[in-house]
Unconditional design. Structure first.
Length: 249
């Protein structure tokens, strides 16, 4: 659990044996966790050592401990592992298994795990197996045993039951369905008459500016039209001829 270089440095500085150095390094790690926890918490109870016996009795309590108290349990368990691990009790082994791999989970229903007579409850084939023939020969074909779906076995049926949901999940699903039905009913019955009115904020300065621009554009178009009329009149005047022009010609 601790770096080997740190343990080796302790052993060389104080001339300790590797086991003693490892135990001392574990104690230092636990002490550092305590110091760190005292900085984060103002409560004296949270920084004080706890009675670890209930944790050894029920390994599930380890997950709810604070980081400081988890370090305390790890330190005590590490001291036991540093000794002859063959002398570990069943409780200590179970705690170590829980810390390393988690809870047993669905296997708590496997009641015959220590039986040497009954077959395990999670075998992927039927027991006893169906024998095709009692006198096999050279021409006898060997095939696979028919597989058994483990999700349909009695010990795993609850785990793989996808149709079953917890109460909280059902509540939220029913709540969403109810809200959706109310929304659909409102959209269908209320219609456009009950539609919320959109609030339009008018900018009077922008309205005045648009009016002014429109008026200026109309004045420009009118001036352009008058200018064209005057040009046409001037052009007609210059090109005009008297009636006697053709007679004199």
């Amino acid at each position: 659990m601790l770096p080997r270089t740190f343990i080796r440095r302790l052993a060389t500085q104080k001339k300790l044996s590797p086991d003693e150095a490892k135990r001392q390094a574990t104690q230092l790690a636990v002490q550092s966790l305590k110091d760190f926890g005292s900085l984060l918490s103002n409560s004296s109870e949270e920084t004080q050592p706890i009675n670890t016996a209930p944790v050894f009795e029920d390994p599930r309590k380890f997950a709810s401990l604070s980081l400081l108290h988890q370090g305390q349990v790890l330190g005590e368990l590490q001291e036991k592992y540093d000794k002859n691990w063959n002398k570990l009790s069943e409780k200590e082994k179970k705690l170590g298994y829980f810390i390393a791999y988690g809870d047993w989970g669905v296997r708590e229903k496997f009641s015959n795990w220590d039986s040497l007579v009954e077959p395990p409850l999670d075998l992927p084939f039927e027991v006893p197996s169906r024998i095709k023939t009692t006198s096999p020969g050279k021409e006898t074909k060997v095939g696979k045993l028919p597989e058994v779906k483990l999700s349909e076995t009695p010990v795993r049926r609850d785990q793989f039951n996808v149709k079953r949901m917890d109460g909280v999940t059902k509540f939220f699903i029913y709540l969403v369905v109810f809200i959706s039905m109310v929304a659909f009913a409102r959209d269908k019955n209320v219609g456009e008459s009950g539609k919320p009115k959109e609030i339009v904020i008018e900018d009077k300065y922008e309205i005045e500016r648009q009016k002014r621009l429109k008026q200026e554009e109309e004045e420009r178009v009118e001036a352009e039209r008058k200018r064209k009329i005057e040009e046409e009149k001037e052009l007609a005047r210059k090109n005009g001829r008297k009636w006697y022009y053709l007679w004199l010609k």
